[in-house]
Design a protein around this ligand. Structure first.
Ligand SMILES: Nc1ncnc2c1ncn2[C@@H]1O[C@H](COP(=O)(O)OP(=O)(O)OP(=O)(O)O)[C@@H](O)[C@H]1O
Ligand SMILES: [Mg+2]
Length: 425
C-alpha cells in the first residue's frame, strides 16, 4: 500500500488531496480547498500568512480525517521558471544497457552549470541516443557501445523554492518534492496522444499563468507569468469602484471574454442590460453589461497576447496541434473561443478526470476508472494541478509507504474509504 498527501499552494486557494494505491486501485480519499494567503502574482509576499494558511488547512485534515501528516508533495508556481536542454554520453562497452547505465547517463547530462540564483526543480529525460540512433525512450536491454541521454532541466528562482520549503517546514511539513504547477497540470489534463501530436497547456489561476508545450511525447517548453484571474477581478474593482469581493462575484457571474457576445445570448440571469452592483459605499448601482464586458475582455486579451508571444518563441520543428486551458480562469465564459481566435488552433478546457483515466489505463490501475465520478473536483479545472501532482508522484514512482510519513491511521477511516472504493470498483 502507498499513500500520498498533496498540498497545492495557489494564489487564491490551498488545496489538499490524499490518495493511496491499494490492490492496484488508485483512491482519492480526500480533496478540499482552503483560503490561501501570502502569495501575489504567484510570488511569496508574506511568509507568515502563508504558513498560517497551510497550518489551517492541515488542521482541517487532521480534525476531519484524524490524520497527522508529516510529509507532502507540494505543488506551486515557480518564479523565473525556465527550461533548458542538456546532454551527455557514457561508454557501455558492447553489453546490454542496464537501469544503472541509464541513471549514470542522466546524471552526467544533469551535471551542468546552473546560475546561482536559480535551482533545478525537475530533470526530465527527453530521449536516449544509442550508438547514434536517436529517439529511443527506453534503452534498457539494448546492446551498445555508447549511451547518450538528453534531458530537459527546469529551473526556478532558488529563493522562491527555498521560501516555499521553509513555509511548509514551519507549518510542520517535510517537503517530499516540489512539483511545478506547469508539470502538475499537464499530468492532469493531457493524454499520451496530446503529448505526441503537440499540445500547448495553459493553467490560468488567480495569480499565475503557467505554460507548458509538449511535442513528440516530451515537454519542450515551459514558462510562468505572474498574471491571472485576480487581475481581471482587480480591474473590475478599480474600474467600477467596487469591493474586490463584489468584483469577484460580478466576474464569475457576468464576466465574458468575447467582446461581441450579446447579453441575450448569455445563459444566466435574465435579460437585463444593466447589472446591479454593490459599491464601496454599500449603495446599489446599475452598471451597463457592456462596461463589464470591455474591462474583462481587455485583460483576457492581454493574457492571451502573453501566451501567444510565448508560443511564437517555439522553434519551427515543434508543431502544436491544439491547446488545453485549465485553472479557474479557464472557466470564464467565452475564454475558449477567444483563445481559439488568438492562437489560431483548437482550444479545449482541461479537467483532471482526463489525466486520471489516462494514467489508470496506462498503469493498469482501476478496472473502472469512471467510478471517480463521485468526486466533483476531478471535473473542476481549479484542481488540475492538485490531482496532477498525485499523478506525477505515481508516475515518477517515488510513492512508497515509508516515504510519505502519514501516520498509520488509515484503518480509522476505512469505512470512509470503502464508500469510495465501492464507487471505483
Ligand atoms: N466561472 C469563472 N469565471 C471566471 N473566473 C473564474 C471562474 N471560476 C473561478 N474563476 C477564477 O479562477 C481563479 C482561481 O483559479 P485557481 O483555483 O486555478 O487559482 P489558484 O490555483 O489559487 O492560483 P494560481 O495557480 O494562479 O497561484 C480566480 O481568479 C477565480 O476568480
Ligand atoms: Mg493553481
Amino acid at each position: 500500500m502507498s499513500e500520498i498527501l498533496v498540498i497545492d499552494i495557489g494564489t487564491t486557494k490551498i488545496a489538499l488531496a490524499l490518495a493511496r494505491i491499494v490492490g492496484g486501485r488508485l483512491e482519492i480519499g480526500f480533496i478540499r480547498s482552503y483560503p490561501s494567503a501570502g502569495l501575489k502574482k504567484g510570488k511569496i509576499v508574506d511568509m507568515e500568512a502563508m504558513i498560517s494558511s497551510i497550518k489551517r488547512a492541515l488542521q482541517d485534515i487532521q480534525s476531519n480525517m484524524g490524520l497527522k501528516v508529516r510529509k507532502a508533495y507540494v505543488c506551486a508556481s515557480g518564479s523565473d521558471t525556465r527550461g533548458m536542454y542538456s546532454d551527455a554520453a557514457i561508454k557501455v562497452k558492447k553489453r546490454e544497457i542496464t537501469e544503472q547505465d541509464v541513471d549514470l547517463a542522466i546524471e552526467a547530462a544533469t551535471a551542468m552549470k546552473i546560475p546561482s540564483d536559480v535551482q533545478a526543480v525537475h530533470i526530465l529525460p527527453v530521449e536516449f541516443i544509442v550508438d547514434g540512433v536517436n529517439g529511443i525512450k527506453d534503452p534498457v536491454g539494448m546492446k551498445a557501445l555508447r549511451l547518450e541521454a538528453k534531458v530537459y532541466i527546469i529551473t526556478a528562482s532558488s529563493s522562491h523554492i527555498q521560501n516555499l520549503v521553509t513555509c511548509c517546514n514551519k507549518a510542520g511539513i517535510d517537503v517530499e518534492e516540489i512539483v511545478l504547477q506547469n508539470i502538475a497540470s499537464s499530468e492532469a489534463i493531457l493524454t499520451e496522444h496530446d503529448r505526441e501530436v503537440g499540445t500547448l497547456v495553459v493553467d490560468i489561476g488567480g495569480g499565475s499563468t503557467d505554460i507548458a508545450i509538449f511535442y513528440d511525447g516530451y515537454l519542450r517548453h515551459i514558462a510562468t507569468y505572474g498574471i491571472g484571474g485576480n487581475h481581471i477581478t482587480n480591474d473590475l474593482a478599480i474600474g467600477l469602484k467596487i469591493p474586490f469581493k463584489e468584483a469577484e462575484r460580478i466576474k464569475t457571474q457576468f464576466g465574458v471574454a468575447i467582446p461581441d457576445i450579446s447579453f441575450g445570448s448569455l445563459k444566466f440571469n435574465g435579460n437585463q442590460h444593466e447589472i446591479e452592483i454593490v459599491g464601496l459605499d454599500k449603495q446599489t448601482i446599475k452598471i451597463p453589461f457592456n462596461v463589464i464586458k470591455e474591462i474583462v475582455y481587455a485583460r483576457c486579451e492581454e493574457i492571451l497576447e502573453i501566451i501567444k508571444k510565448e508560443v511564437d518563441l517555439i522553434s519551427e520543428d515543434i508543431s502544436i496541434s491544439s491547446a488545453v486551458f485549465t485553472g479557474g480562469t479557464a472557466l470564464m465564459q467565452g475564454f475558449v473561443s477567444l483563445a481559439e481566435g488568438f492562437l489560431s488552433m483548437p482550444v479545449r478546457v482541461g479537467k483532471p478526470d482526463a489525466g486520471i483515466i489516462a494514467m489508470a489505463n496506462e498503469l493498469g490501475l482501476n478496472e473502472n476508472p469512471a467510478g471517480y465520478e463521485e468526486l466533483e473536483e476531478i471535473y473542476n479545472p481549479q484542481f488540475s494541478s492538485t490531482i496532477g501532482t498525485i499523478i506525477y508522484a505515481i508516475r515518477t514512482g517515488t510513492l512508497n509507504e515509508s516515504s510519505t510519513g502519514i501516520e498509520k491511521v488509515f484503518d480509522k477511516i476505512a469505512t470512509w474509504f470503502e464508500r469510495k472504493i465501492k464507487k471505483i470498483t
